[in-house]
Unconditional design. Structure first.
Length: 418
């Protein structure tokens, strides 16, 4: 069944429903596909496992030109891997996946743990901690060191602020949008300067680091990336890592909001931590949609898809699809003991194959960093959560607790308190 918006343009409904826009319309009309207009532009909207499998079929959809220009000016940058297809995408994606080896992920996890310990020393001396801000900074420090990017103490705050502005501008208008554009422009100039230094051999990061790999990467034609594109791709390593701070805050929020689920972590088992962070990734909002354009005409479930048509896949709604998850609005980590999800029904960071498709190259990194944060919050720290506005507004892109999660009485526990 194909359902068309009876109101012509759904922009107001999109603003009202936010992350739940496609999910609510799909459930109301009992369909996984419908057409509508957003800002007077026609879109096909998709939801669910079967829809995701169609959406990630590279013969039917392409990414070139699919991302909104506003997002390219702020969150994504122009010329990056997200907008490539076919062989060009394969080669560029291979560059990113070469950084995601188990050894390199362990290195990042260890660097991040060291930053957690250093931050905890500082937090003990503060009356309160705004967790989102603090985790963004510690992740910025850790990922820059891991990536071979020199970061002076005096510039940590600026770089963190620029990454945070890019992330926070993802679905913003007004001041937040322009702050993101400024942060993007400044960060690209900085990153391009680093690429130039590496190629001139005035800066010599280790060969396995992201800065070195990207600076020396050659695409399918055998040519080096131009400096702007290389800068965009370097930021595509640094910025998404800082964005994991949102997931860390949601992890802390889940510990606070669902104490019974948190008690399952008391034995310190890695499997329990993995189940917990996977449920955080399923339950809480991160990216709302993925965008693509129809590559060739085809029909699916009675809907005609025409070449060039813009299409949105509902990531949030697919992760809250009751046909897959049964009780999607219940936070229940134990669901992952038996059901691990697959490439198309569990898609918080995109679907399909990591190596061949457009699933986020940094997904394994995200899980590793979240598990490290969960272990630190539950085993290495004690703290209180004072009264505050913890509401997560699904109309805000990206969503986060309104207070950014304030902690008080932070103390190191266990071996770190020595």
């Amino acid at each position: 069944m194909t359902t068309h918006s009876p109101f012509g343009d759904s922009t107001l409904a999109f603003v009202r429903d936010g992350y739940a826009f496609i999910l609510r319309r799909s459930e109301r009309d009992h369909t996984d596909v419908f057409t509508t207009r957003l800002l007077l532009m026609p879109f096909v909207c998709l939801r669910g496992e079967a829809a995701a499998e169609v959406f990630y079929d590279s013969e039917r959809f392409e990414r070139r030109g699919a991302a909104p220009p506003r997002a390219q000016k702020t969150l994504l940058g122009e010329g990056g891997v997200q907008g490539l297809d076919d062989g060009a995408h394969q080669v560029r994606k291979g560059m990113f996946m070469s950084l995601m080896t188990p050894a390199r992920l362990r290195d990042l996890a260890n660097l991040t743990t060291a930053q957690w310990h250093a931050a905890a020393v500082k937090w003990e001396m503060q009356p309160q901690v705004i967790l989102l801000d603090e985790v963004q900074e510690l992740l910025c420090r850790a990922v820059c060191r891991w990536a071979g990017v020199p970061l002076r103490a005096a510039e940590v705050h600026l770089r963190t602020a620029d990454f945070a502005a890019m992330i926070d501008s993802a679905g913003a208008v007004g001041v937040r949008h322009w702050r993101g554009r400024l942060g993007r422009a400044r960060a690209e100039r900085w990153a391009a300067g680093l690429i130039t230094q590496v190629r001139a051999r005035t800066l010599t990061p280790d060969e396995e680091t992201a800065l070195s790999v990207i600076a020396h990467h050659r695409d399918g034609s055998g040519a080096l990336l131009d400096e702007h594109t290389a800068a965009v791709e370097l930021l595509n390593v640094l910025r998404p890592t800082v964005a994991v701070a949102l997931y860390v805050v949601f992890t802390a929020l889940a510990l606070h909001d669902f104490p019974e689920a948190a008690r399952s972590l008391s034995e310190g088992r890695r499997a329990a931590r993995e189940n917990f962070v996977q449920e955080v990734r399923r339950f809480y909002p991160f990216f709302p949609f993925a965008a693509a354009k129809v590559r060739r005409d085809f029909e699916w479930r009675g809907q005609q898809f025409l070449r060039g048509q813009r299409t949105l896949l509902d990531l949030y709604g697919t992760n809250h699809d009751r046909r897959t998850w049964g009780d999607p609005e219940t936070f229940r980590p134990e669901r992952f003991q038996k059901r691990k999800g697959n490439a198309y029904n569990f898609i918080p960071q995109g679907g399909g194959d990591h190596f061949q498709g457009h699933r986020c190259a940094g997904e394994w990194m995200t899980i590793e960093l979240m598990q490290g944060a969960l272990r630190f919050l539950t085993e290495e720290l004690t703290y209180t959560v004072p009264p505050q506005n913890l509401r997560v507004n699904l109309r805000r892109f990206p969503a986060r607790p309104a207070s950014r999660l304030v902690l008080r009485d932070v103390r190191r526990s266990g071996l770190t308190a020595g």
